[in-house]
Design a protein around this ligand. Sequence first.
Ligand code: BGC
Length: 442
Amino acid sequence: MAQATFHFPRGFLWGTATSSHQVEGNNTNNNWWAWEQEPGHILHEDKSGVACDWWGGRWREDFDLASEAGQNALRFSVEWSRIQPSPTRWDHAALDRYHEMVRSLKERNMISMVTLHHFTDPIWVTEMGGWENEEIIKYFVKYTQKMVEALGDYVNLWITINEPNVLALLGYALARFPPGERDLNSLGRVFSNLVRAHAAAYQVIHKLQSTAQVGIAFNYRPVMPNRSWSPLDRLQASLQDNIFNENIPQALRTGKMGFLFWKKSLPQIKGTQDFIGLNYYSQEYTSFNLLRRQEFFSSHSYPSGATLSDTGFLANTPEGLIKAIHWALQFKIPIIITENGIENSADSLRQRYLIQHVHQLWRAVNHNHPVKGYFHWTLIDNFEWERGWTQRFGLWELDLATQTRRKRPSADLYTEICRENGLSSEMVERFAPELISSLFPG
Ligand code: BGC
């Protein structure tokens, strides 16, 4: 077989993504920490605890891992509850720490992509009513301004809010995230406050930094009716697509938000994205299910034949990534894959998952679609929200008790991809030989 390589454009960003609460440890002043202390919220009553001990100093070690692995970028989040422990106080030591982190990425020749909000709120924000209270917008803007002033000399790639769709739906409709509500009125308010906060933050970042590139990281999940002949399955698929995938991005495009019977005109949010961040994991089928009232009469499944992750949470469906990219083209702005990965402790599936998704990514760049980077979720096993420590997404394995990091084979594969700025037949032969004939036929 002839040797071949799928090359990526020069300057393509290759990195990993993490978030503060999942890796830092001891984030005692946010709503997730409080939520973890109450029984019944997290699987096996797991707690984030010291997590990957980044706040204890191990961020350095992990930045070294990422840099030695050939990654030229890192996406990580800053923790609002550390920076602004109360409405009237800024923690300068925390700001200095984050400054040291972005400076040290620069010293490693890596680009920082900083997420300002990744699911967690300071306790004082929760006490004010969190995302249900529009007051949050003005506080979020002040916090954003503080961060741009503090980190702007090393950062110009910003994600304002990670997965506002997931935050809103899991927190206010499905009760799996704090505050654990099931209330469609709250949901509407939260959606609107999230996009307004994003748009206001977008404006303030641009006011302070002329070179800034600002976006949101959306979780995009292609959802298809399980029985295509069933009008109820088709209705489910279209409602979910509308609320989960379309609602926020279309509102940012048109200045009008609308889902179910909830409508709002928000002209100020129109056009407030310089790029679109896509978090893509799996595509899925949905069925109408009368027995699942709590899930709004829906159940979901993965395409038959797709390999599932360890706990069945995700499936390896790489064709969904190109669908996500094709969908994102309508916004006519650059696209960055801000998360993609799979939970797989033994690393038996991840190598294949990575190769197949990078291949789909290459199909997109090969058509000159404006895809500018890829961030694998994640660098090192970390705290997986309501699923606690039951899922292992890391290129590096974490032994929580000893804080030892162990490299998984996928980390070597990803290093080769990053260094080559491409995926070669030779890599595929070594890491997933079963894919050779489909990826490199003839
Ligand atoms: C979130 C991450 C999370 C990952 C895997 C994404 O939706 O942004 O925080 O760890 O999924 O569950």
